[in-house]
Ligand binder design. Structure first.
Ligand SMILES: C[S@@+](CC[C@H](N)C(=O)[O-])C[C@H]1O[C@@H](n2cnc3c(N)ncnc32)[C@H](O)[C@@H]1O
Length: 206
């Protein structure tokens, strides 16, 4: 695994503020005590063989997917978070890369952006992040992203996200209010599922 800092990574002010404020021990402890797996449950229900956990942090989602027998790779630009992930799951591939420019040289059945990742990306790079995630999907591959629409310091509009997805060649499949697939009726949190356009109908993910 690679934990070198990413040269020229495009970190956002909100990422820098979050990173200064977060105590990594407390951050990790929270997930031990509150081991909810809504994101992993939803991703697993799509029956992927391989998943890219984009903006994986300390590996919460990738590690749970691996535990369920699904191949998972984690990407983040923060080497400290990845080091914690690798300590918990050294058998997984962890890559220290900026999502806005990542090129892992392969594709996945599902790319997941869990835990408000897009809100921690620079505003002017979000469409690049969506495009690079889409570029890592195989035919019929699915991008699933969950984020708050009410985070004052780093808000993202739903039409902005949808435009980035469309520009990246993705087609909307579903939209929910939670990772448990509650119906979306315009609330402050949204989980969106997009498919790479031009998929093969015989593909098991289709
Ligand atoms: C709130 S954390 C969520 C972590 C993890 N997805 C989870 O749900 O537990 C947001 C993560 O996005 C990562 N991130 C933000 N911008 C990124 C970028 N441009 N490239 C890669 N990772 C990024 C941060 O380093 C951080 O680990």
């Amino acid at each position: 695994m690679t934990t070198d800092p990413v040269p020229g990574a495009h970190v956002s002010p909100q990422w820098a503020a979050w990173r200064r404020s977060v105590d990594l021990d407390e951050y990790e402890a929270r997930f031990v005590h509150d081991a909810a797996h809504g994101e992993a449950d939803l991703v697993a229900s799509l029956h992927p063989r391989s998943v890219l956990d984009a903006g994986c942090g300390t590996g919460r989602v990738a590690i749970e997917l691996d535990r369920r027998g699904i191949e998972a790779v984690g990407v983040d630009l923060d080497g400290d978070l990845l080091a914690l992930a690798a300590r918990k799951a050294p058998q997984l591939r962890w890559e220290c890369t900026d999502l806005a420019s990542m090129d892992l040289g392969r594709t996945f059945d599902v790319v997941v952006l869990a835990g408000n990742v897009l809100l921690f990306c620079r505003d002017d790079r979000r469409s690049d992040v969506v495009a690079r995630c889409a570029a890592h999907l195989g035919p019929g591959g699915l991008l699933v992203a969950g984020f708050s629409l009410r985070m004052a310091e780093s808000s993202i509009r739903l039409d902005e996200y949808d435009a980035a997805a469309t520009a990246a060649g993705l087609v909307m499949v579903e939209r929910w209010a939670t990772w448990e697939r509650d119906v979306y009726v315009g609330g402050g949190y949204v989980v969106s599922l997009h498919r790479r356009a031009g998929h093969d109908a015989s593909d098991p993910l289709a």
